[in-house]
Design a protein around this ligand. Sequence first.
Ligand code: NAD
Length: 490
Amino acid sequence: MNIRTHTFIDAGRWTGRAFFGSWEQTEAGTINVTDPANGTVLASVGLGGPGDIARAAAEARAAQKAWAKMLGAERARILNKAADLLEANGTELAQWIMKESGSIHQKAMIEIEHGALFIRHAATLATAPSGMFLPGMDDRENYARRVPHGVVGVISPFNFPLVLSVRSIAAALAVGNAVVHKPDPRTPISGGIIIARIFEEAGLPAGILQIVPGGADAGEALCSDPNVAMISFTGSARGGAKVGEIAGRNLKRVQLELGGKNALIILEDADPDVAASNAAWGAFLHQGQICMATGLVLIDAKIEQAVTDRLVAKAAHLPVGDPSSYQAALGPIISDAQVTAIQAIVDDAVAKGARLLTGGRSEGRFYPATVLSGVKPGMLAFEEEIFGPVACIVSFRSDEEAIALANRSDYGLAAGVISADIGRAMAVGQELEVGQLHINDQTVNGGPYAPFGGRGKSGNGTRVGGPADIEEFTQWQWVSVKNAATPYPF
Ligand code: NAD
């Protein structure tokens, strides 16, 4: 299928360009976007450098005040139109997500559906009550209202490029901010161009949304730009630490949504078939390249064999290949460097005594669903976020031991507990130091209505989505009103 025959995305409009309210060339040149499944060049887009970011931030700041003054209902109308456009063109847009990020069709459609839901949720924020009256201190009236920060800088990763960009962009816009967005340079179309196109067609006033693909230099420029008031970052703990440092030095608010090493705890009374299915989905969806991926499969020793056998049987039969064949359950890994990193973790586990039960060896960019058992503290497979399709089985002998093993991680993003006894699963779950806890489910869950984020190395305590959005993307302003000015003692 020739991706250029489609019309909504209209490559003629943006090839070699970035979005500054209109499609223009960047100072830093262009970058080719390739399909990780076969290396085919899909398109070229404008690459942003620090100068381009400075320009985008200045233009966003100049446009923001009028946007914030617009009626909330009008902002909501534009957002809902953008969501309509995303859904209406979903079949076409999913092709780009599949090709650019190595996503199977099912995952690409999850991005389209969730992307639209995030925008529709954000639209509701535009007309939400935004303040409260405060108790009087004298004869004046006091109230507090939420006001936008100004310009929000959004930085997003490659793995769920559409959803992880649009969840911050839409919420920030809805409450009156302008946005400068820097998608990952490997996925600038799903994480940037698609978003620019839907908002452009929806009638967003020019300048409010600027989308400039770029690398770490562009990201760092965004974090130190004087016209940017807040940074919303989704990415690795290492990148987040750097972003937090620069934003902190420049006294900006910063939201950090980082990695995870997420435990799925399977108690002795779980159904082994269902438990294995949950572990497979949690560990292998999108080749394990998900912050909430099930990074440790903790299984009660009494049912370890039964669950492991089923998980290995599933893993061994999951087809790996180019998602455009529509036959693959696992597509390619995003880069050669990432394949090497996955292999090093698997090899380290085997060298330290883990058993490789299936998979464990890549063919080019394609890494098969892999199961390791006997994973223990001290192995990289136990300690590190793998970002590859590797299920790491850890055996435990009591609920207390499972809790202790899960809580050893420096990360604290998501956890799941599966048991026939909800009370027992809840008792285990409540001891886990995570931002999201799923009882009778695996760890990969997300959506627009929940406050999403993590503890420890998974973030700085901020959340994105649901009730958190107003808190994150606006700040308080105290307003006091006297009927007339009165004199002071001097
Ligand atoms: P990464 O940190 O390398 O890159 C993420 C984004 O940050 C990219 O746009 C990149 O260009 C930019 N960036 C990198 N260094 C930067 C710097 N010094 N200053 C400013 N920007 C910089 O992350 P990655 O490896 O590409 O993505 C995968 C990581 O993202 C994993 O750790 C994953 O768990 C995490 N992630 C977290 C969530 C979440 O919501 N918590 C969601 C998805 C992915």
